[in-house]
Ligand binder design. Structure first.
Ligand code: HEM
Length: 137
């Protein structure tokens, strides 16, 4: 599996644990005000990160170089700014909104960079390198 996929899955599982933690906390406390933050932690943090990691694992020729790593850095930075501040926003801290906006813009940029990764050719020399998935004989 390419290194960037491991990075994505390591990040994804931490967000799933956090997202489930927020969900359990809502269920136990009967206070569902953080439901939107819970949904974004699970869907942007867990599901989307895992999909990105899965894509790079299936397309190892796209997993090396400045473009995928810039995509990872921008998306990971966006999440770490956006998700905790979104949780605080829905927990009654409206003054945190500019941070939510800044993080969201980084997340959007990370998604745009992922679109560029999809629509550009990868590096053929890494297609079957390392522990990449080899085509069936
Ligand atoms: C043990 C795991 C989980 C628990 C205890 C949990 C709990 C909750 C609770 C209490 C709500 C609020 C419901 C309401 O106010 O109507 C909620 C909403 C939601 N959850 Fe979860 N959840 C869990 C896992 C997940 C996962 C894994 C995902 C997505 C991958 C997810 C996505 C959502 C979505 C989309 C909503 C609706 C948010 C909204 O209405 O704004 N949840 N969950």
């Amino acid at each position: 599996m390419p290194r960037i996929s491991r990075f994505y899955f390591s990040m994804a599982i931490l967000y799933l644990l956090a997202g489930i933690g927020v969900g359990l906390n809502m269920a136990v406390s009967q206070d569902h005000s953080a439901a939107s933050a819970h949904a974004h932690i699970n869907l942007l943090g867990w599901v989307t990160s895992a999909v990105f990691g899965g894509y790079y694992a299936l397309n190892p020729e796209k997993a090396e170089g400045w473009l995928p790593w810039s995509q990872y850095a921008v998306y990971a930075l966006g999440l770490i700014v956006m998700l905790p501040s979104l949780y605080l926003l829905y927990s009654g801290r409206p003054e945190i909104e500019p941070l939510v906006a800044a993080g969201s813009l980084a997340v959007v940029l990370g998604v745009v960079l992922f679109a560029v990764v999809i629509f550009t050719r990868g590096r053929p020399e890494t297609a079957a390198g390392g522990d990449a998935i080899l085509p069936a004989e």
